[in-house]
Design a protein around this ligand. Sequence first.
Ligand SMILES: N[C@@H](CCC(=O)N[C@@H](CS)C(=O)NCC(=O)O)C(=O)O
Length: 215
Amino acid sequence: MSGKQITLWTHVGGPNGWKVNALLRELNVSFESKYVEFSNKDPEFLKVQPNGRIPVIIDHNRNDKVLWESVAILLYLVHHYDKDNKLWFTNEDEISDAHQWLLFQASGVGPYFGQKAWFSNFHSEKLPSAIERYEKEINRVLGVFEKVLDGKEWLVGNKYSIVDINNYVWLVMVPWLSGQETLDKYPNVKAYIGRIGEQKGVKEAYAEKNSLQKH
Ligand SMILES: N[C@@H](CCC(=O)N[C@@H](CS)C(=O)NCC(=O)O)C(=O)O
């Protein structure tokens, strides 16, 4: 063991791991990242993750508690390590709204954006109808954020929270997934991405990601 509070199993290119990296930094929780190779998954990783997906955390402060699914991890981390609710809420309606947006990301953002990445870049056949479907879905989802962010800085409770970190890792990929011209059609979303990118944890996490991708 490294002496760090948390071990994070993650991947340089996989967006979901960077949510957790950014939040750990924001909360000043020490951690060690272990990188999984998707084409040859480490048996040590598969021992703790039956679903074979990153991210996974092992919390050495709490009896080596293992947890996977990135949204569950974000909720766990604010529950145990954000006692002042810096990035979470106390108002019951705001908590419900935060759950809504966290689930919207898990069920309605990540899967569509991920499938677009798959069919445009990795699938063995070129399938224009699949690419078109996910391109449309990306635009639909961006349209939802655009509408809701009108006149608003943050999605819930007028404050920066894990809801925003959770969306960032996918929204920041839009220029790669769909082109800069797509993002330019959604100025509220573009400004929102810029605001989140200025936050300490996200800024540090993405500096690390960029330096790893250069090597
Ligand atoms: N709903 C899961 C999705 C996890 C997921 O799909 N992770 C991707 C990287 S972002 C992965 O591990 N892919 C590896 C693979 O497909 O083998 C979460 O939010 O944690």
